[in-house]
Design a protein around this ligand. Structure first.
Ligand SMILES: Nc1ncnc2c1ncn2[C@@H]1O[C@H](COP(=O)(O)OP(=O)(O)OP(=O)(O)O)[C@@H](O)[C@H]1O
Ligand SMILES: [Mg+2]
Length: 584
């Protein structure tokens, strides 16, 4: 990176600090802002996600106080706090609470990282967790600063870090040489394979994927490891790191649970080995090639889209189109012309070439109707006709075109309720729900959190090009105990964040987990965590956050990205909270 001596240390690391601030804000569900010692805004979220690199002329009194005293500062009643007294901005300030922590390098304060609340609810959150939040931010900011500092001096001692990292991992790792021969295994790997160091160096070791299907995604997969005459089945994956090839083991599976002669279908992108997920995978492989409609039901973030892809990929249609459309994201009229297509001159504004609809485009393949519960009654009637007649009639045409499509749809709505209130046609529901697939929430997938953690660690480290970090047993226990209201998506977001903040060569430990994991430690009935008074306030907070992001950002995709939710979830929430959608 080219350094500009005019810029502060923090400004030179701006992209990293911004990314970190955004992730911190997402995991703590509060807005955040970072300024340097010259009061230049380095990073921020929400209303503070603009004007990076510019010197602040407002709210600088509190920042100055922190920079000068090196003390953290909490303001929960800005109208009465003496520090706010002389502030010119006092009348218009929207902040309801502020928690600022100095960023220290030895005795120097190089900037301030702050959490900001804009609603009474988030103010309460700050107020009630001041110590927890401030300790946590201090800790994380130290790590980030030292990490980014040392990254520029990197180069020496890598092998040592690399070896000690592998030694200290809870996960089994085999290191292979250029000829794909295993030259080293850490202790968990030796335990899994029931072998010692000496034996490992003597026997011929061979690692083969169980299925010959070559999947591009290269996630966890079952492998046969042959050790001389003996064979072991191990779930794991290959990974390139610093010029070595590693085989990372997910967990060890005893011999009796598999038969080599019956290769399992590929589910490399669907991670999960708990009873429910295994049953689900069996069901999917059995029904994949049937032409019958599949309806996937599951809470937000449980992987409905992942399953829809798996159904298609495992079917005989896998080399034909997979066309996905989000019924909640598109206004009714547009959805109609997208799905059915139109002939030229069909309506004012129609292209004079006409348009092929997605149903027709998906011919011989799979049409994935995401958020089907949001489809209007008019379109439901038209879709029903397609399913009954197996033909599509483009708008403005009098000729029906035969189609051979497999419909996979998904929703997190309750159909019984929608049918009872006349919001969904019962006859269409039965057509769509020939094969129901119910995805369990993550908290009901025993043992899968661990597998998903390994999977996302692998995915996110590869994405940002850092070393694969281990995770301590205690941190893993906290993740296991947590109730995951945002399901697999929430887990993926958290791991991405952790991979970014963990110092190179360190394990992910409990002190890196956001403070709300503290509760997961002792919580026995996870549902109760959010079912007290604060569930209302969380909803309210969520609404305000979404509204604010919509008004600020130019498109929905950016909003969803910033909030760390899927686009479908965003649309659902817009609907749920009755937010205005006219301005885009
Ligand atoms: N079993 C799984 N294995 C690996 N990754 C998964 C799994 N389930 C979900 N994911 C990942 O979690 C994220 C959310 O999954 P997906 O978008 O399929 O959820 P969804 O149920 O469609 O959510 P929404 O209701 O919000 O649309 C994605 O990044 C996806 O890749
Ligand atoms: Mg989805």
């Amino acid at each position: 990176m080219l350094k500009n001596p005019q810029q502060s240390e923090l400004m030179q690391l701006q992209p990293t600090i911004l990314r970190f601030t955004q992730m911190l804000s997402a995991v703590l569900q509060l807005d955040a802002e970072v300024v340097d010692a010259d009061l230049v805004r380095i990073a921020g979220t929400g209303p503070y996600s603009k004007f990076f690199g510019k010197k602040l002329n407002t709210s600088s009194r509190i920042f100055r106080y922190i920079l000068e005293t090196h003390q953290e500062k909490v303001v929960v009643k800005s109208r009465t706090d003496p520090l706010c007294d002389g502030c010119t901005n006092k009348g218009t300030c929207r902040e309801t609470a502020f928690l600022g922590v100095p960023i220290m390098i030895d005795d120097r304060c190089i900037g301030v990282i702050s959490l900001v609340a804009f609603t009474p609810e988030s103010r309460e959150r700050i107020k009630e967790n001041v110590q927890l939040f401030s300790d946590y931010i201090q800790h994380i900011s130290q790590i980030v600063v030292s990490k980014v500092q040392s990254s520029s001096e990197q180069g020496d001692g890598l092998d040592e870090v690399f070896t000690s990292l592998i030694e200290n991992m809870d996960q089994g790792v085999l290191v292979l040489d250029g000829n794909s021969r295993v030259k080293y295994g850490n202790q968990p790997a030796l335990n899994n394979l029931n072998i010692n160091h000496d034996e490992l160096s003597r026997v011929e070791v061979n690692i083969q994927p169980l299925s010959l299907h070559n999947n591009e995604l290269k996630g966890h997969q079952q492998h046969i490891i042959s050790l001389g005459e003996r064979q072991e089945l191990v779930v794991g994956q290959f990974h390139d790191a610093r010029g070595h090839q590693l085989f990372l083991m997910a967990f060890h599976q005893p011999n009796k649970s598999f038969a080599i002669n019956e290769p399992q279908p590929q589910f490399t992108s669907v991670i999960g080995e708990c009873k429910k997920m295994l049953q689900l995978k069996t069901l999917i492989s059995r029904i994949a090639s049937s032409p019958s409609s599949v309806l996937i039901n599951g809470e937000s973030g449980t992987g409905k889209e992942v399953i829809a892809h798996a159904v298609h990929n495992l079917s005989t249609r896998s080399d034909q189109p997979f066309i996905a459309i989000n019924c909640a994201a598109i206004p009714d009229q547009l959805l109609e012309s997208e799905l059915f297509g139109y002939v030229k001159g069909a309506f004012t504004g129609a292209s004079n070439k006409g348009k092929t609809g997605l149903i027709q485009a998906a011919n011989k393949g799979t049409l994935f109707l995401d958020e089907i519960g949001d489809m209007s009654m008019t379109l439901q009637a038209k879709l029903l006709r397609v399913l009954e007649e197996r033909e599509v009639m483009p708008i403005g045409s009098s000729t029906a075109i035969p189609v051979d499509i497999r419909i996979v749809s998904a929703t997190n709505r309750n159909f019984a309720e929608m049918i009872a209130t006349n919001k969904f046609r019962e006859d269409l529901y039965y057509r769509l729900n020939v094969i129901p697939i119910n995805l369990p929430p993550l908290k009901e997938r025993e043992g899968d959190v661990e597998l998903l953690v390994q999977f996302f660690l692998e995915m996110h480290t590869r994405k940002i090009g850092v070393c694969y970090p281990g995770i301590t047993t205690e941190a893993m226990a906290r993740l296991n105990a947590y109730h995951w209201p945002g399901n697999v998506r929430e887990l993926s977001n958290l791991i991405e964040y952790l991979v970014n903040v963990v110092p190179e060569g360190d394990l992910i430990d409990v002190d890196l987990l956001p403070p709300y994991f503290e509760q997961a430690k002792s919580e026995h009935s996870p549902e109760t965590i959010h079912s007290d008074d604060c569930s209302m306030s969380l909803e309210e907070m969520e609404k305000i956050r979404i509204e604010e992001a919509i008004n600020r950002l130019s498109n929905r995709k950016l909003v969803a990205e910033e909030l760390g939710i899927g686009i479908a979830t965003l649309y659902r929430k817009i609907k749920k909270y009755g937010l205005s959608v006219h301005n885009h």
